[in-house]
Design a protein around this ligand. Structure first.
Ligand code: ZN
Length: 194
């Protein structure tokens, strides 16, 4: 079964709580929290205070996607009892292994994300250490973009590596997912769709 993680980015911010309650009633598995800093990506979204405001107002776990530079500096503010995953970008982490260790040390599952131009091969040395790999199927920074098809090949490659090496990371896809392509991405090996 494909798990669903609707992004807060697609919510009406003026009615955030009621939108969150809608996705909860609709059967969402996670709330995907897209954090953008205006440096790593050309846009600013929101930070931990918005996420914390929803604590205890929803039972859904948070799937936090940090599209920010220097994520280590901000990890603590995204740790809440409802935080399931914190995912950082391969491209934003010079010392990725240490960053993943830092997330694990806080008792949170750790993920790594790759942009459309970053190959799966760049993750070769970290796949055994992560709980989730997020494949960006649009260029990060804005909601509502069109799906980039090469993301499917990356998902298939990851699924193959996972099978061959007996690894346990979940495969997530983020960007341009609709009712029309949800089955295609699931068949390719995606387990969580944003
Ligand atoms: Zn995201």
């Amino acid at each position: 079964m494909l798990k669903l993680a609707p992004s807060i980015l697609s919510a009406d911010f003026a009615c955030l709580l009621s939108d969150i309650q809608k996705i909860e009633r609709g059967g969402a598995d996670y709330i995907h929290v897209d954090v953008m800093d205006g440096h790593f990506v050309p846009n600013i979204s929101f930070g931990a205070p918005v996420m914390k405001a929803l604590n205890d107002r929803t039972k859904l776990p948070y799937d936090v996607h940090l599209m920010i530079e220097n994520p280590d500096q901000y990890l603590d503010s995204f740790v809440t009892p409802q935080t399931a995953f914190i995912t950082v970008h391969r491209e934003a982490c010079v010392h990725l292994h240490r960053t993943i260790q830092n997330i694990h040390a806080k008792g949170i599952k750790a993920g790594v994300a790759i942009n459309p131009a970053t190959p799966v091969s760049s993750l070769e040395c970290i796949l055994e250490d992560v709980d989730l790999v997020l494949v960006m199927s649009v260029n990060p920074g804005f909601g509502g973009q069109k799906f980039i098809p090469s993301a499917l090949e990356k998902v298939k490659t990851l699924a193959e590596i996972k099978r061959a090496k007996g690894l346990s990371f979940a495969i997530e896809i983020d960007g341009g997912i609709t009712l029309d392509n949800a089955k295609t991405v699931m068949d390719a090996g995606v387990e969580i769709a944003v």
